[in-house]
Each structure stands twice: as structure tokens, then as C-alpha cells.
Write a protein that binds this ligand. Structure first.
Ligand code: FAD
Ligand code: DLZ
Ligand code: SF4
Length: 517
């Protein structure tokens, strides 16, 4: 179907909403057509939170409008368009025929399953397929593989230092980290003192386009997890820049100190809430880091806050992406601890007497958001201690958060949270008893359980689940040098105490439905 008058078809996926994405860089407004498609397959490969669906579809529609306003030709296929085949492959084939395009140009996707699909297009489609690198990241996949080559373990800290050198962010002219330290994490573990209240984060009122998507989602996905309203996510680059600006000027200064804090009724604290925007491309990693560094240079935010923020983005975010592509597809099947219990219903309903879990699930349902420590040390820690099958936990995280895409979510769940990769990403499991949650939050004060209780019906379940986890995984973990202290403490327990722990844990896990599958 090659015709000299027809140009190329430029496919832009729902997480490629960046004007400078590689597939659009040399787009010719006279000859090329940009294709964007809403497809059933993508909306249901997991049962995404309703707000996540609205966010992505509305951001796609607004992005298409912005391209049109620029004079570009956009073919946008809506979910309810007649003839929509429901799949990327079907819609690309239809559009190639519709436009008699001579070539397909696309930026590589963020998820393995879509990349596999695109590789097949090279065989299946009647035109050449050009898959371009996604260079919206600081570290290319090739550079990450080169960094990883020959290393026994891939510690984020060393990767992060490379990224600091590469970007020059927070570096002196002599190539040293500003402030004489690479990492100020030790200063970033404060609980929120009484009387400190975080500034409100900006919410964006849905416009007519977003309202239309909200009606569509309400009608087509009523059974998906999560509240549809109130919906306040940014859906355009302009709004996302505004969200970044408000974060940098109003909350960044408290970001470092209270990064790990949790508080009842304060789901956002000093966090940025920009992960959905970064992940779909409304914001880029370097521009957000530069905005934070500029605030430090102006004296508006302390170094521990700015370094902590920059580390999350050019460190953790880039690093988990590198690990994902280095280790897929096997990474998704990892289960180093042999965890095999079902995910308890409370992750969906929030119905539990455990005040910390109840708050984190309720906030997740209401906002399609929980901050990092809620995800890791409450929701994730419980799944780890309860020995829930990694695949079930992974599916849950992939669908409940507005920012969830497999390349970033999977390593955080399998590697950081569940130790399912056997220590590739974390040197030891992030297992903690109730004492950690009590130190970092005010949840325990309002809980039916006693955070100091060690055993019996009224004791905080995290306490006996923690020891039960160590007992269940003794063979696998006791040789880990970083687990020396807890295993020495376990060794001091007599058989009677161990038996009490195992009995309490078994009864509790059965009660919440965390049964072996
Ligand atoms: P902030 O605290 O303001 O941090 C700034 C930015 O740093 C974030 O926007 C994000 O882009 C980046 N960042 C911070 N921590 C990480 C990390 N561990 N990995 C990658 N990037 C990071 N993040 C996602 O973007 N998508 C996910 O699906 C996702 N799933 C997670 C699942 C689990 C079990 C855990 C423990 C973490 C997960 N994270 C995920 C990482 C992190 O929790 C979120 O990026 C963060 O909570 C987003 O909120 P924020 O924008 O307010 O972050
Ligand atoms: C997540 C998502 C959803 C829900 N819907 C669409 C869609 O209809 N069309 C689209 O192009 N992209 C969607 N996405 C994002 C894709 O799932 C994402 O681009 C792939 O997972 C590749 O990373
Ligand atoms: Fe959570 Fe235990 Fe504290 Fe209750 S007592 S809020 S279950 S840590």
C-alpha cells in the first residue's frame, strides 16, 4: 500500500503524551497522520481504578487536541467508536488501510507485553515498522545493561551516583556532590510533629472533555475498583506544570524531613503527586529535578529535601526501569520466598480493625494514590509478612494506583516489597513489626489492637506476623548477613514462644482469608 503521496502513521500510546516523544520528532504535518487509540484490551488487562482510567483517557484526548491545535493531523479512535476492534494490533491495521500509510513509526512501549505485540507487527503488517527508542529517561536501556554487566548485585545507590554525574544535578564544578554527601536519607525519617499541617495540594476541576470520559468510565467500568469522584488529577501538560510548581513552592521544603511520615486524614503530606504525570509523559524527569534544584539554589528548599526528591527520580525511577527490562520476562514469575497465600479481601474492602491498613486502603480507593511508605511499609509489609503470592499482590498494585505501569510497579512490588527476586533489588526484606508503623504514624493511637502487645487476640497482628515471617523463612533468610540481628533474637526464643507466634499468626491469617492457594 505504498503511495508516494502518503506519509507515515505515527502511533502514540497512552503513556507517550510528550510532544517531543521520539515517534513525533520529525512528524510532517502535510503527509503524516498521528494515530491515538482507546482500546478495550488496555482498559481491562487489569481492572484499573476508575480514576486511573479517566486520567489516562482524558489526558490522551487533551493531548490529541493540543496536537490538532498545532496543525497536526490526528486520527483519534474513541473507545465507543463504531468498528473499534479493541486492540492495538487491530486498530493499527485498520488505520494503515484507512490512510494508505507507507510506514508505521512508534516509540518503544513501557511494558513487555506490548513490546512483544509490536515485534509481531513487523511480521504481520503490510508496511515497514520503525520502533524508536524511548529517550524520555535519563538512562538508556543500553547504558543500564552496560552498568549492570558483571556486577554481582545491583545496588541503587551506586547507579544513582552515576546518574548524578551524568546529569550534573547537585554536583559541584569539581565533580563532587554538593553538601559533601551523595545521600541525605538519614535526615529524612521524621514523624510528623503535632501542629505541622501540610499545605493542600492542587486539584483540577474536570472540564467538559474529562466529564465525558467520566461518564464513559462510569457506564462501562462500574465494577472496577475505586471511587470515580471527586476527580482532581491534572490531565494536560499545562495543569501538570502547575501541580509541579505548587509542589516546589509550597511542599518541597518539607519533603525531606517528612518523606517517611504517615498521618491519619493526611494522605498526601509533603509528597509531590507527580508520578502519574511523569509516567504518561506530561512531565519529564529532568525538568522536575531542575525545578527542585532551582528552588534549593534560591534558598527555598533545604538540601536534604531536594536531594531526596532528585534521588527518587534519577535514582529509583530510572533504576527500576533498568531492572525491569534487564530481567523481563522472568522477573514477573519470581517468588524466591515461595509465598502462596491468597490476597485477603481487606485489600479491596478496607474492612479490618487494623487502623493503618484500613486508612491506606480507604485512601487508595478514594484517591488512586498512596505515598511510598504507605505502599511499602503498611500495605506491602503486610503482604510480605502474610506470605501472599507475588502475582496477586502485583496485580493489585498495578490496578489501584493512577501511576501504575508494569515497568515501575513490578520491581517495586517483587523486588523492593516482597523480596520475591531473592535480593536483586533490596539487600534484605523490608519486614517490620508494628513498632515501625507506630514510630512513623499516628495510626496506632486509634487502633483496636495494642501495638505493644506481642501475642493474643488484642495484640497488633504485625508483631506476631513479623516473627512468624522469620520462622517461615528461616532456611531462606537466616544466612543473610543483614538479617543477623533478628535471627539472633529469634534464636533466643524458647519453643513455647515460637509455638505461640505460629498459632496466633495461623489463626489471624485464616480469619482474614490469607489462606494457602
Ligand atoms: P514523591 O514521593 O513525591 O516522589 C517523587 C517521584 O519520585 C515520584 O513521582 C516518582 O516518579 C519517583 N519515585 C519515588 N519512589 C520511587 C520508586 N520506588 N520507584 C520509582 N519511582 C519512584 N511508582 C510509580 O510511579 N508507579 C507505580 O506503579 C508504583 N508502584 C509502587 C508499588 C510499591 C509496592 C511501592 C513500594 C512503590 C511503588 N511506586 C510506584 C513508587 C512510589 O511509591 C511512587 O512513585 C510514589 O509514591 C508516587 O507518589 P509521588 O509522586 O507523590 O512521589
Ligand atoms: C493504561 C492504558 C489504558 C487504560 N488505556 C489505554 C488506551 O486505551 N490506549 C492507549 O494507547 N494506552 C492506554 N493505556 C496505556 C497503555 O497501557 C500503555 O501505553 C502500555 O501499557 C505500554 O506501556
Ligand atoms: Fe497497625 Fe498494629 Fe498500629 Fe493497629 S496497632 S495501627 S494494626 S501497626
Amino acid at each position: 500500500m505504498t503511495d508516494e503521496r502518503t506519509g507515515s502513521l505515527r502511533l502514540v500510546l497512552g503513556d507517550q503524551l510528550t510532544r517531543d516523544v521520539s515517534s513525533l520528532r520529525d512528524v510532517d504535518p502535510r503527509r503524516d497522520v498521528i494515530l491515538m487509540v482507546e482500546v478495550h484490551d488496555e482498559t481491562v488487562y487489569v481492572r484499573h481504578h476508575k480514576q486511573k482510567l479517566v486520567f489516562i483517557l482524558s489526558a490522551m484526548r487533551h493531548f490529541a487536541q493540543a496536537l490538532r491545535d498545532e496543525g497536526l493531523r490526528v486520527d483519534y479512535v474513541r473507545l465507543d467508536a463504531p468498528g473499534n476492534t479493541g486492540s492495538f494490533s487491530g486498530e493499527v491495521a485498520r488505520a494503515l488501510a484507512r490512510h494508505a500509510a507507507s510506514r508505521l513509526v512508534v516509540t518503544e512501549p513501557g511494558e513487555w507485553r506490548v513490546r512483544e505485540m509490536m515485534q509481531d507487527w513487523r511480521e504481520e503488517l503490510p508496511v515497514p515498522v520503525e520502533i524508536r527508542e524511548d529517550d524520555r529517561f535519563v538512562c538508556s536501556l543500553g547504558d543500564f545493561a552496560a552498568w549492570a554487566e558483571g556486577r554481582k548485585s545491583y545496588r541503587m545507590e551506586f547507579f544513582y551516583r552515576e546518574m548524578r554525574r551524568k546529569t550534573g544535578l547537585l554536583m559541584t564544578g569539581e565533580g563532587q556532590p554538593v553538601g559533601g554527601q551523595w545521600n541525605f536519607d538519614a535526615e529524612n525519617r521524621k514523624a510528623l510533629p503535632a501542629g505541622v499541617s501540610p499545605p493542600a495540594h492542587p486539584r483540577f476541576s474536570p472540564d467538559a472533555l474529562t466529564r465525558e470520559v467520566m461518564d464513559l468510565v462510569a457506564a462501562r467500568f462500574p465494577d472496577h475498583f475505586g471511587d470515580l469522584e471527586p476527580f482532581g488529577w491534572a490531565v494536560t501538560r499545562h495543569e501538570a506544570l502547575r501541580a509541579l510548581d505548587v509542589f516546589v513552592s509550597e511542599r518541597l521544603s518539607g519533603y525531606g524531613d517528612y518523606q517517611d511520615a504517615m498521618k491519619q486524614g493526611e494522605p498526601f503530606l509533603f509528597h509531590s503527586l507527580i508520578s502519574p504525570y511523569l509516567n504518561v509523559g506530561l512531565l519529564t524527569p529532568l525538568e522536575v529535578c531542575r525545578a527542585a534544584v532551582a528552588a534549593w539554589e534560591r534558598g527555598q528548599a533545604p538540601l536534604n529535601a531536594v536531594e531526596g526528591f532528585v534521588r527518587q527520580i534519577i535514582g529509583w525511577r530510572e533504576y527500576v526501569r533498568g531492572i525491569y527490562w534487564l530481567r523481563m520476562p522472568d522477573y514477573a514469575g519470581t517468588n524466591a520466598l515461595g509465598a502462596s497465600r491468597r490476597l485477603p479481601d481487606l485489600y479491596w474492602t478496607g474492612e479490618t480493625d487494623m487502623a493503618c491498613l484500613r486508612a491506606c486502603v480507604a485512601e487508595t480507593r478514594a484517591n488512586a494514590y498512596a505515598h511510598h511508605i504507605q505502599r511499602l511499609m503498611v500495605l506491602g509489609n503486610f503482604a510480605l509478612l502474610a506470605g501472599v503470592t507475588p502475582a496477586e499482590v502485583q496485580e493489585w498494585y498495578l490496578l489501584v494506583y493512577a501511576d501504575a505501569f508494569e515497568w515501575v510497579e513490578l520491581p517495586n512490588v517483587h523486588g523492593m516489597t516482597l523480596f520475591a527476586d531473592g535480593g536483586l533489588l533490596a539487600s534484605k526484606p523490608y519486614a517490620a513489626s508494628g513498632a515501625y508503623i507506630n514510630r512513623m504514624s499516628d495510626y496506632c493511637a486509634g487502633c483496636r489492637y495494642d501495638v505493644k502487645g506481642k501475642s493474643g487476640e488484642g495484640a497488633c497482628p504485625f508483631n506476631y506476623l513479623y516473627w512468624n515471617f522469620l520462622i517461615e523463612n528461616e532456611k531462606r533468610l537466616s544466612g543473610n548477613p543483614r538479617m543477623g540481628m533478628p535471627y539472633r533474637n529469634l534464636a533466643r526464643m524458647n519453643d513455647e514462644r515460637r509455638c505461640e507466634i505460629v498459632t496466633d499468626a495461623a489463626a489471624f491469617l485464616a480469619r482474614v482469608g490469607a489462606v494457602r492457594s
